[in-house]
Ligand binder design. Structure first.
Ligand SMILES: [Mg+2]
Length: 321
């Protein structure tokens, strides 16, 4: 495909978020119209061209190829609780009706208060803590041991407590350890197998479903498919991967609930603890409503052109993982 052809297939939009997530309050997304369906390219703004190239590879695969066969019609999802004031915890949990597995972002000022509030509202909750690598070894050890002493096995696992794989390896925690960022930033899979009890797999950062399946085949730990605050267009790809896997696990794919709106006719919002496995239909009126300014569109076109050059170079070099 020519670069100009690719750019002619793109709509750039911004959807407001319902909470501040990773400092994002307007989720900027490039939608790509392919042979099979619309797909989504939405790396966060601080990503490198290398990482952008993988996201674009994932988006082009989703746009132009069939999804793998689905083994189920719906996928179980956790609720996702970002850093919000304690008074808003109940409201955020209500966006994920039926989910009793709650992923809580930690490493913030009010971690313990939010966790206490989750258990007040859902006493039987199981927690997945996600530190996004913010803790030192010492902080992780102290904080997670104290939470384990309070809540025991209601803490299912902690995701990426420390930034580097070697720090995470040095931890000796009473709760299982999940690896997220170390996988998508390219750490060695053999070493990840040695360190992780669970691995978080996201389709877009790994370069698409085919590449994600290849990575999963080399992991000997349970995987949890998760999203990166995508619209329903991007979420559909993660859901397709989760529905194709033999293990029916609770996934991190209910995050359409964190957006204030969506660009499809029937958003993939969680109901009864599940999201549907289905093709989505893009709503032209919503795309028009959320269209960004010409200046922002040009910024995204430039970004996508650079990512496409890098993607083509990677393909030429037979790059694979
Ligand atoms: Mg994570």
């Amino acid at each position: 495909m020519q670069r100009s052809d690719l750019l002619s297939r793109i709509k750039v939009i911004g959807i407001p978020t319902r909470t501040n997530f990773r400092g994002v309050s307007l989720r900027e997304i490039a939608l790509i119209k392919g042979e099979k369906r619309w797909s989504e390219f939405s790396p966060f703004k601080d990503y490198s061209v290398e990482r952008d190239a993988l996201w674009l590879q994932a988006a082009l695969e989703a746009a132009n190829h069939d999804f793998p066969d689905a083994l189920r019609q719906q996928v179980r999802v956790n609720a996702t609780l970002p850093e919000v004031p304690v008074a808003r915890v109940g409201e955020v949990l209500s966006w994920f009706p039926g989910s009793t597995t709650i992923k809580v972002k930690v490493g913030t000022a009010n971690d313990e208060e939010r966790i206490r509030e989750v258990f007040r509202i859902i006493p039987e909750a199981r927690l997945r803590l996600d530190a996004n690598g913010l803790f030192s070894i010492h902080e992780a050890q102290d904080f997670l041991t104290s939470l384990y002493n309070k809540y025991g096995h209601q803490i299912e696992y902690v995701e990426q407590p420390c930034a580097s794989l070697s720090e995470n390896k040095a931890l000796n925690l009473p709760i299982p350890l999940a690896i997220d960022e170390n996988l998508r930033l390219g750490d060695d899979l053999g070493e990840i197998n040695r360190v992780a009890d669970v691995v978080i797999v996201k389709v877009a950062p790994l370069g698409g479903i085919t590449r994600a399946l290849n990575v999963i085949s080399k992991l000997d730990k349970p995987v949890v498919i998760s999203s990166a605050l995508e619209s329903s267009v991007g979420l559909a790809t993660g859901i397709a991967l989760a529905a194709h896997l033999a293990d029916d696990v609770v996934c991190g794919l209910g995050t359409a609930a964190l957006l204030d709106s969506d660009v499809v006719k029937e958003p993939l919002l969680p109901h009864n603890g599940f999201v549907s496995v289905t093709e989505v239909e893009v709503d032209d009126a919503a795309v028009a409503r959320f269209q960004l300014s010409q200046e922002q569109v040009e910024w995204w076109h430039n970004r996508i052109a650079n990512a496409y050059e890098r993607y083509l170079t990677n393909i030429d070099q037979g790059e694979s993982r």
